[in-house]
Design a protein around this ligand. Sequence first.
Ligand code: CA
Length: 240
Amino acid sequence: MRRFDLFFVGFCAVAACAATAARADMLLQYTFPTTGGGETGPGLDPDYAHPDLDAAVLMAIRDTSSKITMAVETPTPAYASQPVLRVNPDGNASSAAAAITNGVYFSFSLKPDDGYFVNLTNLTFQAGRGGAGTPRGWALRSSLDGYAATIAGADIPTVRPNRTAYDIDLSDALYQNVTDSITFRVYVYSPAAGSTIEFDNVVLNGTIQPVPEPAAWAILLGALCVPLLVRSRRCFCKAA
Ligand SMILES: [Ca+2]
């Protein structure tokens, strides 16, 4: 490959990357810093919300199923970071399948500001069982497919004060180029009323970018096409 070809290919690669890719940022973070109930009121607000998220959409973690009890507490023995979100399925689900069938979950929502779109990358959190009884766990679904498919889920293997770190991939096309609101449901289950699942440090990562205006697309296409034209003219002149 000639030097000019290499330059051209490199230019196109850089231009394409600059146009489409952006470093993943933290979009939402919940560390549950303050003890208290989460059952009433607006729920548990994120500690951080990306400035390009629509503040009019309720991003708080909240009991939208009315099938659980949740609160921010400092249980003993203590986790490495406290307080934590304690969730009690109230005996409404003893398996992931039952949690989904019976609608036993908490949820949170987000939406990019008007004129922006979001690309999600991943959701991370830590979870532990509040006691020895099993199974206790979680399953994640989203509004983008009407809560039809389980994105990820697990029986939690660790008991307080040990917790398990989860990293859920959201790079699927379903979670890219989203301009509407997204609601995530975290379905929960445990063997009996009072047996809890405990969460902390919930973080949603991704990027939020302005939707390109038609004029911006024209400029971008022009920037990509000029080197092509230059190259084809040079080839033509050389051949002539
Ligand atoms: Ca915490």
